[in-house]
Design a protein around this ligand. Structure first.
Ligand code: SF4
Length: 147
């Protein structure tokens, strides 16, 4: 059972060690999956949205981004380097564009680039093995339809 949100209003959140905008505060009040993810990130990194001034509009530390992306590449390589077709990538990018964690072509939760580039090294959405990092992912790993 995930503890409920304890903040009465937006602003500094002691539990997740960050400033929450009204939107993030509302998510924390209403979505157990977000609270759970932020609890985990706070345990791992010291804040749900670390870096600099504690603003919610930040990316994970560069070392962590590197580690996350390297792990994604390793998974993808081990699986035989499966690529999503461009229609599938476009579908994912449309989901990310509508997501509160998307900034400048990247996911702020993991820091990974997620865009329409065909270059796997610059686009996590191209790797069929990858999925959205939320506990209830907004998109999941892709397997080609069976013929
Ligand atoms: S990967 Fe998931 S959390 Fe990140 S921007 Fe896309 S939909 Fe949002």
């Amino acid at each position: 059972m995930i503890k409920p949100c304890e903040c009465e209003s937006p602003g500094w959140c002691e539990r997740h060690q960050c400033n929450k905008t009204p939107h993030l505060h509302q998510l924390c009040q209403t979505r157990a999956d977000y609270r759970s993810l932020w609890d985990r990130l706070t345990d791992d990194r010291g804040s749900a949205f670390p870096v600099g001034d504690g603003s919610a509009e930040t990316f994970p530390p560069i070392r962590e981004q590197f580690r996350t992306y390297t792990a994604a590449l390793r998974r993808w390589w081990k699986a035989g380097r499966p690529r999503r077709p461009k229609e599938e990538v476009a579908r994912i990018v449309a989901i990310c564009r509508g997501c509160e964690f998307y900034t400048d072509g990247r996911c702020r939760l993991c820091g990974c680039p997620c865009n329409e580039s065909r270059n796997v090294l610059r686009n996590k959405a191209k790797m069929a093995t990858e999925e959205c990092p939320l506990e209830e992912p907004k998109w999941t790993a892709w397997t080609p339809p069976t013929k």
